[in-house]
Structure formats: structure tokens, C-alpha cells
Design a binder for this molecule. Structure first.
Ligand code: 13P
Length: 262
């Protein structure tokens, strides 16, 4: 049994293609205002590229504990790749996390495990912590083949990664059928899959690494369902989409521990 206490919870808000930089500044200020003073979780906001600079400026100016993440990056430092953003550019903005392989990128922008593998290696190279997303589509879940599917994703995406840096990766288990649909995996189901992912990390790397690596759940996380998700032994955090766009909802998710004590 893994001791969850050694892993600091990580609660991240993926803003997707929402919020101008002006609205992003307002949102991060509102979130900061609502944070528990004795909060032990790591909180990350992940705005679109155009808002990164402005959001970071207010995070720094107000000395917020909130960290900054990006939603994607290219795997090269620079080059003739019109419309792309380099990890070096993100690093220069003090971006600490980057989502790699979100299902929306896989689905709508044809990102493959091979490309995701290159991006992961590069993010680790430039010292940005990747949040690697994995998760099965509905068809696969209906066939009961989610374990095989996620195992394949992990094998391919993590291929050849340096053992020394692997624990800087956060993995997000996001079953595609639960994203933006209002359907969540049951907390026990999510915990089961996350436990499976941890076992795979143990096999691929080492048991020690598997105990240190943080694994989140994502898919229709809301204030009303966050507590049963976060109390699961294997779940170290949540990656929130829709509910992270509303300050009150996101604060209520971040401060879930308040409701545990009651
Ligand atoms: P929702 O919380 O809107 O379902 O989105 C989840 C997600 O994709 C986070 O990356």
C-alpha cells in the first residue's frame, strides 16, 4: 500500500481555449483571494498562451502561491514552425508545468504517442514539469479494454525517458468519455485505473519512482464530486476543465479539505 502522504496533492485548472488575458488576470486574482491560508496542495492555473505573461505578472506581483502551466508546446527549442510555441519561450516566462498529450490534442490535432514522447523528453530537458494525459475513449471502455489501452499509451509515451527525471512528470488519467460530459468515472473506478498506472510505472521504472510520481484524475470534476475523488488512496490531485473557469467553483475544489473536517 502506497503512502499517499509522501505525495503533495496537485490541483490544476486547464482553461482550454477560454479567457482573454484580461479575464485571466481577473480570474487568477479571484482564485488567490479565496485560497485557504494553510493550503497544503499545489495549485496550478493553465491559461491559453496569450494570457501566460499577464497571469504570471500578477502571480509574481502579489506573491501568490499559485503556479503557472501551459497547455501545449513544440518539441524543438526554436525553428521555422509557424504558429508553434517553444518550451524555451515557456521557460522564459517561468512556466513550471506543461500539459502534454491532452486528449483534445490527440483527437483534433492528430497528436500521436510518438510526438508526445518527443515533447515529454524536451519538457524534461528544459526543466518544465510535464502533465502527461492518458485515458481511453468510450468505445474502449465499453469493450472493457481500458487497461490495455492505457498500458499502450504509457509504454509509447514514456519510452526511453531518463529514470532520473521521471518523477518530475505528473500523470493525469482522463477518460475521454468523462471530459466535458458531466459523466465522471466513479471514484473507485478512477482509483483502480490510477493504481494500475502506478503499477505500470513501477514495472517500467522502479517501485520507488512509482510511489513518488503524482497521478491526477480529470473529467467533469466539480465542487460536489471532488471530495470522494480526493479521498481515494491512489489519487493525488485533479485536472479540472470547465469548473476551473469559475473562481468560486475552483476555490471550492481547491479547498476540498475544509469539507473533509466537518
Ligand atoms: P472537464 O473538467 O471540463 O470535464 O475537462 C477535463 C479536462 O479535460 C481537463 O484537462
Amino acid at each position: 500500500m502506497v503512502n499517499k502522504k509522501i505525495r503533495r496533492p496537485i490541483i490544476a485548472g486547464n482553461w482550454k481555449m477560454f479567457k482573454t488575458h484580461l479575464k485571466g488576470v481577473k480570474l487568477v486574482q479571484e482564485i488567490n483571494y479565496g485560497l485557504d491560508k494553510d493550503l497544503d496542495a499545489e495549485v496550478v492555473v493553465i491559461p491559453p498562451f496569450t494570457a501566460l505573461r499577464s497571469v504570471k505578472t500578477v502571480i509574481e506581483a502579489d506573491e501568490m502561491k499559485i503556479k503557472l502551466g501551459a497547455q501545449n508546446m513544440h518539441y524543438m527549442s526554436e525553428g521555422p514552425f509557424t504558429g508553434e510555441i517553444s518550451p524555451v519561450m515557456l521557460k522564459a516566462l517561468n512556466v513550471e508545468y506543461v500539459i502534454i498529450g491532452h486528449s483534445e490534442r490527440r483527437q483534433y490535432f492528430d497528436e500521436t504517442d510518438e510526438l508526445i514522447n518527443k515533447k515529454l523528453k524536451k519538457a524534461l530537458d528544459v526543466n518544465i514539469n510535464p502533465i502527461l494525459c492518458v485515458g481511453e475513449p468510450l468505445k474502449i471502455r465499453e469493450l472493457g479494454r481500458q487497461k490495455q489501452y492505457v498500458r499502450e499509451q504509457l509504454n509509447n509515451c514514456l519510452e526511453g525517458l531518463n529514470k532520473d527525471y521521471i518523477q518530475n512528470i505528473v500523470i493525469a488519467y482522463e477518460p475521454i468519455w468523462a471530459i466535458g460530459t458531466g459523466k465522471t468515472a466513479t471514484p473507485e473506478d478512477a482509483d483502480f485505473m490510477i493504481s494500475f498506472i502506478r503499477q505500470r510505472i513501477s514495472r517500467l521504472f522502479s517501485p520507488i519512482i512509482s510511489e513518488k510520481i503524482r497521478i491526477q484524475y480529470g473529467g467533469s470534476v466539480k465542487p460536489f464530486n471532488v471530495v470522494p475523488i480526493m479521498v481515494q488512496p491512489e489519487i493525488d490531485g485533479v485536472l479540472v476543465g470547465g469548473a476551473s473557469l469559475n473562481a468560486q467553483d475552483f476555490i471550492s475544489i481547491i479547498n476540498y479539505k475544509k469539507r473533509l473536517k466537518k
